[in-house]
Write a protein that binds this ligand. Structure first.
Ligand code: ATP
Length: 256
């Protein structure tokens, strides 16, 4: 497996708080790499630095061997890095169908030009058909005409995943993909994500608190604590690591 993403010596601080300290991390092609850590450990901040929403104070991020540290978020999307958020980001005043059409139009635009923030006012027949097909695949067909704002939490997350994947990323970063879901939705999400990883040849980087999801998805596991990586490797080995056990899985740990 070759390295898809490499993080070298990344440091990040908010004005009054140091959050990431000397982060070194490798994401290999095809793996499902889960990052866990107590609340406030710096997981979301790390995602923001990797996706280009914020820039590291020092250190570098390499994607497919190229330094992308200075690229903006949309430029990283063009390179093939997709991302979802803890609270799904959708065009809530648009219908479910229009959300999908916009994502598909945007993908076509990315293929043709260097700039992807544009869509046609009247989409082609092919795009509308593809949108319906994808909505059917995700079990959202009956909601096509609903406003995205009116979807349930689980359906919003599903739609966001569909939109992110419509851009055909190679690496997809999922920030707590099952947060707030009922147990049966959570199990369905694990299945969907595992299936997509295999069928679309995706590499996954996730943060997650729910241990059923963590061990249902992870092929590699990294533990972040107070902005530092304290363990990384095979999920079962990491689970047995004495430091990890005392900090994270031990008595009184936030998410044991
Ligand atoms: N915009 C900000 N300005 C200042 N401090 C921030 C900002 N965003 C996050 N923080 C702080 O940075 C630290 C790391 O936050 P972050 O959201 O990255 O942690 P996390 O591991 O994702 O937490 P959670 O599991 O609760 O989502 C926390 O102490 C948080 O309060």
């Amino acid at each position: 497996m070759s390295n898809l993403l490499e993080v070298r010596g990344v440091n990040f601080a908010y004005p009054s708080l140091k959050v990431l300290t000397d982060i070194n991390l490798t994401i290999r092609e095809g793996e499902s790499h889960v990052i866990i850590g107590p609340n406030g450990a710096g997981k979301t901040t790390l995602f923001k630095v990797l996706s280009g929403e914020m820039f590291a104070k020092s250190g570098q991020v390499f994607y497919e061997g190229q330094d992308v540290s200075a690229l903006d978020a949309w430029q990283r999307v063009h390179r093939g890095i997709g991302r979802t958020f803890q609270m799904a980001r959708l065009f809530v005043e648009q219908t479910v169908l229009d959300n999908v059409i916009m994502a598909l139009e945007s993908r076509e635009r990315i293929k043709k030009t260097a700039h992807g923030r544009w869509w046609r006012l009247s989409p082609t027949k092919e795009i509308v058909e593809e949108a319906h097909l994808r909505l059917a695949e995700y079990g959202l067909l009956k909601r096509v005409d609903d406003l995205a704002a009116n979807l349930s939490h689980g359906d919003k997350k599903r739609l966001e995943l569909l939109l992110t994947l419509a851009l055909r990323p190679k690496l997809i970063m999922l920030d707590e993909p099952t947060a707030g879901m009922a147990p049966e939705d959570r199990r369905a999400a694990i299945e969907t994500i595992n299936r997509l990883r295999q069928s679309e040849g995706l590499t996954l980087l996730l943060t997650e608190h729910d241990m059923e999801v963590v061990f249902g998805l992870a092929t590699r596991l990294t533990v972040l604590n107070h902005g530092e990586i304290i363990a990384s490797g095979d999920p079962e080995e990491v689970r047995r690591d004495p430091t990890v056990r005392s900090i994270y899985f031990g008595k009184g740990a936030a998410h044991a």
